[in-house]
Design a binder for this molecule. Structure first.
Ligand code: BDR
Ligand code: CA
Length: 316
């Protein structure tokens, strides 16, 4: 069976990093490119993190630096969740490959054009790179099979009551994406806040006993502290849902809605508004994951980590 060609687009970020752990370990996916975006931290920090994660996991696809800031909005970062580096916690290997000379949108367009099969973009940060790609290279649209995102929430937000961090960071880019006609799979907070990894799962992760598992456990030991302090039962590990929606759709409950992006609104800018009752009479543009089998999620993480048995890279 042919593997599904994918582009990983994210702002790592602990949960972006764990999403990429799943993606590299999956026998179903072929990673064509990795692109960074500003979000959890500045573009300098998310880009170095992306390069270090690729070195750790053995992802040998080209890596490009993405958008420095949202398309029109003012940027903000999430150091409270991800720390000063954007990926605080265990020491990481140094990058083992140079950045692509192309900006992210041009690398994305190039690999999509050259791919024999339509490509899935897995986007786990602000949607800026996707918005800019569709604006600068509209001709590649027909070769994008699906955009699988972590973003939004059809019932609630996190950064503000009505909006989730990734969409709030760049609502204009998300608007372009949701109006593009490209199928969207949306993992919003509805599902990702149920994708909790709890401190009592950490010993199982460490017991896998390889270097990647140790680092993932270290990331989680850092990443769970802030959400626990504000009332979560552990770490909501959001971003892997955007990968698992492709590789393991059976662990989710998925509902199809027409979803639009609020660009105005004192309290609602960046909201993903789902037409639950179909009052607009529009065809659904998004398949929304709303429930997850959490225990299976943790089992799948353990399975994915065993892919890295025997892989060891120098740290520091
Ligand atoms: C999203 O925001 C980021 O902090 C996480 O990496 C995730 O993509 C959750 O709102
Ligand atoms: Ca992210």
């Amino acid at each position: 069976m042919n593997k599904i060609p994918v582009i990983l687009d994210g702002d790592p970020g602990h949960d972006d990093a764990i999403a990429w752990v799943f993606a590299k370990a999956s026998p179903l996916l072929d990673i064509l490119a990795v692109v960074s975006v500003s979000g959890n931290q500045t573009i300098e920090k998310t880009t170095i993190n992306a390069r270090r994660i690729c070195a750790l996991l053995g992802i040998d696809a080209p890596i490009a630096r993405g958008a420095v800031r949202p398309m029109t909005a003012d940027p903000f970062t999430a150091g409270n969740w991800h720390g000063e580096s954007g990926l605080d916690g265990p020491a990481m290997p140094e990058p083992d490959q140079e950045l692509s000379l192309l900006p992210a949108v041009d690398l994305m367009a190039e690999v999509i054009r050259e791919s024999a099969e339509p490509v899935i973009i897995i986007s786990t940060g602000p949607q800026t790179n996707v918005g800019e790609l569709l604006t600068a290279h509209p001709e590649v649209k027909d070769k994008i099979r699906l955009i699988s995102i972590m973003g939004g929430g059809i019932t609630h937000g996190n950064w503000v009551p009505g909006a989730e961090f990734n969409i709030l960071e760049d609502p204009e880019a998300a608007w372009i994406e949701f109006h593009s006609g490209i199928p969207i799979h949306m993992c919003g907070l509805d599902v990702t806040e149920k994708a909790i990894i709890r401190p009592d799962d950490f010993p199982r992760i460490r017991a896998v006993g390889n270097q990647v598992a140790d680092i993932v456990a270290g990331w989680l030991e850092f990443f769970y502290k802030y959400p626990m302090a504000i009332g979560y039962e552990g770490a909501p590990v959001h971003d892997p849902c955007a990968v698992l929606s492709i590789t393991h759709p059976e662990i989710f409950r998925i509902e199809r809605y027409y979803v639009d992006i609020e660009l105005e609104g004192e309290y609602t800018r960046g909201a993903t508004v789902a037409d639950f009752k179909g009052v607009l009479g529009k065809e659904p543009n998004a398949a929304c994951s709303v429930e997850i089998d959490r225990d299976r999620y943790v089992d799948l993480l353990i399975e994915a980590l065993h892919y890295y048995d025997g892989r060891e890279v120098p740290i520091g």
